[in-house]
Ligand binder design. Structure first.
Ligand code: GAP
Length: 516
């Protein structure tokens, strides 16, 4: 059911100019996508919401824009050359390649789904008197599945922590996980695969240098730590934020723009005094969760997922997860990265990367708390949360389905549509006049084709929060009807009031006021 909704969402993204497969006329390029005329607007608004909340609203956070290409030693120092790997396994019959950890995670999710199903069934059976906690701790089927989940989860975490590839394979064999394509359990061994894309800089005659397309934007921030700290006279604690492209040769590239090979990140590295990092980690957790929840998609749809396996450089890590149609999945990572990255760059570059703390009277390598969110994944989250199919009745009482994107007005790519009821009697000219007045503040769209009902539906489908209709009365008294996307209600208002009504609904100020 939820999978069906997801398929429809993907089709909707294409039909309404949000997301296209890259190089589609050549049959596309796997896990690479282009954003269309509406997608680019939504993407830019998501980036603005993030950038303003980070850089404009924090006196001690500044932004940069570093290059995609970096000196190759950067990736040696960061550990990406040696350890940015995924554990892969091939099915010998279908010749399909999978991430071993993902296969096991999917197995865990299947057990979780069984537990949820039991709970849902019992909820329906017992109605208001249902005590979920009691049910979970006493129902034999739930207990049995929970035991299975705990055992598998422990085995999986241990294998990941020990980097034990044989054990990962053994789990797949013991759990009898089959290839979804061939249906067989005929697996190769598990081996590591580096995710970085490499290319060459300079001509071969000059001795070309192997360089990488950055797999995260964070390293561009670390190598600029000294530049920003010195030129900005920054005092700890302070942050550096950046939005930019990242590239990963993802093997399991599925679920549309959830996992891509070229994507965009919004990352912020917050530099702090050693010993204070876990307090800052908690503060940024609260700040970031509040940023997500302020969009109004329902608090119950978000959760923190604590990392079982901490990277060797981290002393705390959580993901912010959202309930996508295919389950709770990571949208953002928040990591306490200790002094690992700066110390590594200090060692590999031979340059002193330290902060002189006037209060302590000594220099040290700052610790770092990182917040890292994918623009594209956030885009998918917003689209998934906004896509609705509603049963409605038209003016004649006929039942119909309306597809509507209930995008938060601040993020909607088109803020209002101006629609002359007919293409004559000066109505189109009046509509253009209104657009000319409002277009400096809001992205407006003019549409005169088809019946007014069809035009409303087109605007619902791209998520336009307001439709303004010009009719003959407008020519007499300078009033228009304004239709609200979510309720479909209409008001008659003076043209001079439009700016105020729209500005209030689409301004970022309202949403920023909700942030913790
Ligand atoms: N600097 C830390 C870092 O890159 P990460 O967990 O690998 O951490 C952070 O990535 C975020 O970037 C993820 O939470 C996700 O939103 C996004 N992301 C990572 N890989 C992605 C991919 N292949 N496609 C789309 N988004 C991705």
């Amino acid at each position: 059911m939820a999978e069906d909704v997801f398929k429809k969402l993907v089709a909707h993204c294409k039909e309404y100019g949000y997301v296209f497969q890259s190089s589609e006329i050549y049959d596309g390029l796997g896990a690479v996508y282009d954003y269309g005329q509406n997608g680019v607007g939504l993407k830019n608004n998501i980036k603005k919401y993030w950038w303003d909340s980070m850089v404009m609203h924090h006196e001690n956070v500044v932004g940069i824009d570093s290059a995609i290409f970096m000196h190759p030693t950067t990736w040696k120092a960061s550990g990406h050359v040696d350890a940015f790997n995924d554990p892969l396994i091939d099915n010998k019959d279908s010749k399909k390649r999978y991430r071993a950890d993902v296969l096991i995670e999917e197995q865990l999710a299947k057990i979780e789904a069984k537990i949820d199903k039991e709970i849902e069934k019992a909820k329906k059976r017992f109605g208001d008197s249902f005590d979920e906690e009691q049910f979970k701790t006493t129902n034999p089927r739930v207990l049995n599945n929970q035991e299975k989940w705990d055992a598998l989860h422990k085995r999986f975490s241990d294998a990941l922590n020990d980097n034990n590839l044989e054990e990962l394979k053994q789990i797949i064999v013991d759990e009898e996980i089959a290839c979804p394509i061939s249906g067989t359990k005929n697996w190769t061994d598990v081996r590591q695969f580096n995710l970085m894309f490499a290319t060459e800089m300079g001509s071969t005659a000059d001795g070309a240098q192997k360089i990488y397309l950055r797999p995260e934007t964070a390293q561009g921030i670390f190598v600029n730590y000294l530049n920003v700290q010195k030129t900005g006279r920054m005092k700890l604690p302070f942050g550096i934020a950046q939005i930019g492209k990242a590239f990963r040769n993802e093997i399991v590239a599925r679920q549309f723009i959830f996992r891509m090979r070229e994507f965009e990140q919004m990352e912020m590295q917050f530099f702090v005094k050693p010993g204070t990092e876990l307090d800052w980690f908690e503060k940024w957790k609260t700040t970031r969760m509040s940023w997500h929840q302020a969009l109004g998609f329902g608090e119950e749809n978000y959760r923190f997922h604590k990392h079982e396996k901490l990277a060797h450089y981290a002393n705390a890590a959580v993901d912010v997860e959202y309930k996508f149609p295919f389950g709770f999945k990571e949208v953002e990572g928040i990591h306490s990265r200790t002094d690992f990255d700066l110390s590594q760059h200090q060692e590999y570059s031979g340059k002193k990367i330290q902060y002189y703390d006037p209060e302590e009277g000594k220099s040290y390598v700052p610790y770092v708390v990182e917040t890292s969110i994918g623009v594209d994944r956030m885009f998918l989250q917003v689209m998934a949360a906004s896509y609705r199919e509603e049963e409605i009745e038209d003016a004649n009482g006929k039942k119909d389905t309306r597809v509507v994107l209930t995008l938060p007005p601040v993020l909607a790519p088109v803020k209002l549509a101006v629609l002359p009821l007919v293409k004559k009697d000066g109505l189109p000219e009046k509509a253009r006049e209104i657009i000319d007045d409002l277009k400096f503040d809001f992205n407006c769209q003019y549409d005169e084709k088809d019946s007014i009902g069809k035009r409303y539906r087109r605007m619902d489908a791209i998520g336009t929060p307001f439709c303004v209709t010009i009719d003959h009365q407008t020519m007499e008294d300078n009033t228009v009807t304004i239709r609200y996307r979510d309720t479909m209600e209409q008001d008659r208002v003076e043209i001079s009031k439009l700016h105020g009504i729209i500005a209030e609904a689409v301004s970022m100020k309202g949403i920023f006021a909700k942030l913790k």
